[in-house]
Design a protein around this ligand. Structure first.
Ligand code: NAD
Length: 362
């Protein structure tokens, strides 16, 4: 088994280093190889996703990714911006299914802006379609309008589209995932206004016939955004398109209080995946050794479970993270009165120690 390690920019290098230490201590049989990506790759090779990095990612069973981006690259042409590396990896590896769990750890209930009773025990899985929708639909661009409210004016446009196979495969991913959880799926759409999402709803309903043991309900995206803050625990697996999933998964992430805690996985149909924290490169705290590495460490656990068939090792990481939180250690983003503030490295040390201790004591 081979893991491509792509730390990227900003806090990416700091948090990925901790995840790699955690993987090392598990003593599993796999090879890890690192490469530059994002702004770091642009500086060294003039492109955010150099051919060698893409080749390494394609050949690996899984990619452990940190984060890319910095405001200093905002003026670059779009194809050269660090964030294009993520889009390039998604496209080239065919990563169409994005898993974003939003879990509220018992010890962090107070970090949420919602009342504890609404959030305690929260465990939602948002499954976002990642390679279609208005983000990739053609045609797109700028032109002079020939109709609409202001003919003759400059306008910009994008195209929302989904093909039947694209919807079918993400629906299957959601139903399969639900079978391993509480067997409930909410499909989020905007069927009342958009043709694309009426089609989405029809296709999801059709695929559902193959999963009679799973309960399916449909919800409009505006209502889903409200219900996520009103009664988030009503949800279990949520499946939706690329744009709605982008927005709702960030909303769900914030329910739990800190984006520094949330892992994510993007998978293709061969179980090959890219695993990364849900947050960005946090240039505001980069280099200070204060970033929370837990989202990346938990992403490594997802990688072991989904791409590398090492569910037991994944459990060990997840229970080590829980025991470290229970011991009261917190990075600055999740710190509260009465807990002990630690830096990135110390948090990594604590997870490594918790795994080693459990290994010794059995
Ligand atoms: P961000 O997620 O990087 O940071 C938002 C806020 O959360 C900041 O205050 C930051 O300090 C804090 N934060 C994020 N991760 C943290 C962690 N692990 N521990 C503690 N605090 C943490 O989002 P942003 O500031 O909007 O974007 C910064 C850069 O990251 C931009 O260039 C953006 O394009 C890029 N970005 C990259 C990805 C990715 O690589 N997948 C995702 C989102 C944003």
């Amino acid at each position: 088994m081979k893991i491509a390690v792509l730390p990227g920019d900003g806090i990416g290098t700091e948090i990925v280093a901790e995840a790699v230490r955690v993987l090392d201590v598990l003593d599993l049989q796999f090879e890890m190889e690192s490469a530059l990506v994002g702004g770091a790759a642009y500086e060294a090779h003039g492109h955010p996703l150099p051919d060698a990095t893409l080749k390494l990612a394609k050949e690996a069973d899984a990619v452990l990714f940190g984060a890319v981006g910095d405001w200093k690259y905002d003026k670059l042409d779009r194809p050269l911006r660090p964030e294009q590396a993520i889009l390039g990896l998604r496209k080239n590896l065919g990563l169409f299914a994005n898993f974003r769990p939003a879990i509220c750890y018992e010890q962090l209930v107070g970090a949420s802006s919602l009342k504890p009773e609404l959030i305690a025990g929260l465990d939602i899985l948002i499954i976002r379609e990642l390679t279609g929708d208005i983000y990739f639909g053609q045609p797109r661009g700028k032109r002079v309008a020939t109709d609409g409210h202001f003919p003759g004016a400059e306008e910009a446009f994008d195209t929302m589209r989904y093909s039947k196979p694209e919807i079918e495969r993400i629906a299957r991913v959601a139903f399969e995932a639900a079978r391993k959880r509480s067997k409930r799926v909410t499909s989020v759409d905007k069927a009342n206004v958009l043709e694309t999402f009426q089609f989405w709803k029809d296709v999801v309903t059709e695929v559902h016939k193959d999963y009679p043991d799973v309960e399916l309900d449909h919800m409009y995206v505006d209502n889903a955004a409200m219900q996520l803050v009103k009664a988030p625990k009503k949800f279990d697996v949520v499946v939706t398109g690329n744009m709605f999933g982008d927005i709702l998964s960030d909303e769900a992430a914030m329910l739990t209080g800190s984006i520094g805690m949330l892992p994510s996985a993007s998978l293709n149909s061969n179980k090959q995946g890219l695993y990364e924290p849900s947050h960005g490169s946090a240039p505001d705290i980069a280099g200070q050794g204060v970033a929370n590495p837990l989202a990346t460490i938990l992403s490594a656990a997802m990688m072991l479970r989904f791409s590398l068939d090492q569910a037991e090792a994944a459990d060990r990481i997840e229970s080590a993270v829980k025991s470290v939180l229970a011991s009261g250690l917190r990075t600055a983003d999740i710190w509260s009165e009465g807990t002990t503030k630690v830096g990135t490295r110390e948090m990594g040390d604590a997870v490594v120690a918790a795994i080693t201790k459990k290994t010794i004591t059995g």
